[in-house]
Design a protein around this ligand. Structure first.
Ligand code: TMP
Ligand code: MG
Length: 300
């Protein structure tokens, strides 16, 4: 009899893009996910370049920060300073020769400086909406279907993002994807009475503290304490810990989207994520797995 993993790969159809170090382990996880069904499942996903695309038509897409960094509605001085920060720190974020511990102080400095630039630029709520509408922040193909389907099956989805909460919410609204099953934990801008950003909500979430320590609402996992199984979706090694707040974890399938610096980061992704999707700009794999768990026919 064909294994569940074989069935998933066949339906997914992009076997070349899918790397799995330990198929036996993945098969066991899939079997438990399917046997336990949607009532035991929760989904935890990163936003930037996980739920959203990394590129389209040969051009890079925008992250939450990228929307502002590239917008003509922001002052030139802001764009220049933001670009300089990005050029300095993004390479540190991805440097496969540095340990996470070595990177963390640099990442905190990046976030503090970047948030200060946004406060200095007095970015307003209304401008955010305009910038999102005209941006290149795009959700992955079939991501909206997956979110809608999970909502139909009452499977909670946590978007755990080290981007900017107000901005990613606007993207979800624009795509009509902010379903009632979606919760967001992220960095939120706080505004004054005239609608300008004056500070950010604490605690700061950066790409390497996405675990219980970054939750200011530990109730989130408490409410879901009967849901032991999870799909944990990310595009960074820092996303692996996003499920650390789950009570008595059962079957956790960690899926890594490997978008950038593919050759250098392949080993670390394969060693850490259960499934690695190499330069796949769709949510098709997640769609297949979630449909199987929800007991739905695979073809829509
Ligand atoms: P995440 O996708 O893990 O939530 O992380 C957010 C991404 O945002 C991470 O790759 C770093 C990036 N970022 C920027 O592009 N510009 C910035 O100013 C900051 C602070 C982060
Ligand atoms: Mg990301």
């Amino acid at each position: 009899m064909a294994s569940i993993l074989q069935k998933v790969l066949q339906e997914y159809g992009n076997k070349d893009k899918c790397k799995i170090q330990d198929p036996t382990k993945v098969e066991a996880i899939l079997q438990k996910l399917v046997n336990d069904g949607p009532s035991k499942l929760q989904v935890i996903t990163d936003f930037d370049f996980t739920l959203s695309r990394f590129h389209k038509d040969g051009e890079r897409c925008d992250s939450c920060h990228g929307i502002l960094d590239h917008s003509p509605l922001m002052p030139d001085s802001f764009r220049e300073k933001a670009k300089a920060l990005y050029q300095k720190y993004y390479y540190i974020e991805l440097d496969h020769k540095m340990t996470v511990e070595e990177k963390i102080p640099h990442m905190i400095t990046w976030y503090r400086e970047s948030h200060n630039l946004l406060i200095e630029a007095q970015v307003s709520k209304q401008k955010i909406q305009e910038m999102v509408i005209s941006s290149r922040a795009l959700l992955r193909d079939s991501a909206v279907n997956v979110l809608s389907n999970l909502n139909d099956h009452k499977v909670p989805v946590l978007i755990f993002s080290a981007g900017v909460g107000n901005i990613l919410e606007e993207v979800l609204h624009r795509e009509k994807a902010f379903f009632p099953n979606v919760e967001v934990i992220s960095n939120y801008m706080l505004f004054n009475e005239t609608g300008e950003c004056t500070s950010f909500k604490e605690p700061l979430i950066h790409m390497f503290n996405k675990n219980e320590t970054a939750l200011d609402s530990p109730d989130y996992f408490q409410h879901l304490k009967h849901r032991h199984n999870a799909l944990v979706l990310g595009d960074s090694i820092g996303d692996l810990d996003m499920g650390s707040g789950i009570h008595n974890p059962g079957a956790l399938l960690r899926v890594g989207f490997l978008n950038d610096k593919i050759d250098e980061r392949m080993d670390s992704f394969i060693n850490n994520f259960d499934v690695v999707l190499v330069d796949d700009q769709s949510f098709d794999f997640v769609n297949v797995v979630s449909r199987l768990v929800c007991g739905q026919p695979l073809k829509q």
